[in-house]
Design a protein around this ligand. Structure first.
Ligand code: PGA
Length: 253
């Protein structure tokens, strides 16, 4: 296991009073970035955490003229074996929570295809597609209870790229809440790597709720170590942790 020796700069940490306020803050960051560069390439995330942020972006699109007409997006990950229209697939999540309600062009939205017949080639092509558009300018992340970012579980290497990974039992348990039965949760996923994520020019990690406080504390105040993937973000020059007060409650100062 690799311990990163570089002394990291402290990341920017914004603490908002509530989940709603933290979600609006992240939406504001994305709103500003899209208005500054209407052709921006965004990195997007799924899970329970970004739902409020996506709702706010949809509101801003409807009520405040925020347009995604020239935006390109790449999602972090997808379950292997779920078709795009499966209710628990991340493609389906993105369509129903965000894309269907925006003016974004469908062809410019990218989510890894968990049904690709050759997943390794698909992963390589995904990396290539990101490179072809000049890289991701602004990447949204959540964090798992075990410190994972995207589906990069503890131990994932610093320079990992988009690939197929096994999910850990804790991730499978935590995601079981979205499925009818725990045995329906896929065991593998295709995910951008840590190396892929760290190439984004700017990264915003949103974490809400007391249950994330220990994962957040280790990310910001613990060792920069592959045992806790989110801690590796501290080697990035432009990362912001946006937290609600409960998620920030484990931080020392
Ligand atoms: P969550 O997942 O937003 O559903 O808590 C976050 C993650 O696992 O990255």
């Amino acid at each position: 296991m690799v311990r990163i020796q570089k002394t990291p700069d402290p990341p920017q940490v914004l603490v908002l009073p509530s989940d709603a306020a933290a979600s609006i803050k992240v939406a504001e960051i994305f709103d500003q970035a899209v208005r500054e560069n209407p052709e921006i390439v965004l990195g997007l995330a799924t899970g329970g955490t970004p739902v409020g942020c996506y709702r706010e972006l949809v509101r801003r699109h409807r009520e405040e003229g925020l347009s995604f007409a020239s935006v390109t997006s790449f999602n972090l990950d997808e379950y292997v074996g779920l078709p795009p229209d499966h209710p628990q697939s991340f493609r389906h999540f993105m369509q129903t929570k965000l894309f269907d309600h925006l003016d974004i062009e469908s062809a410019r939205t990218h989510v890894p295809n968990g049904m690709a017949s050759d997943l390794a080639s698909h992963a390589a092509a995904y990396e290539q597609a990101i490179r072809q558009v000049g890289g991701i300018e602004l990447q949204l992340l959540g964090i798992g209870h075990n410190g994972h970012i995207a589906f990069n579980e503890p131990g994932a290497s610093f320079d990992s790229r988009t690939r197929v990974v096994d999910l850990t039992e804790t991730t499978i348990e935590s995601n079981a809440r979205f499925f009818d039965r725990p045995d329906e949760v896929p065991r593998t996923a295709i995910t951008m790597g840590i190396g892929t994520i760290l190439e984004a020019k700017r990264i915003v990690l949103l974490a809400t709720g007391k249950d994330k406080s220990e994962a957040v504390r280790l990310s910001i105040e613990g060792a920069v170590h592959t045992d806790h993937p989110a801690s590796l973000l501290r080697t990035h020059p432009d990362v912001t942790f946006v937290l609600d007060a409960p998620a920030a409650s484990g931080l020392s100062g």
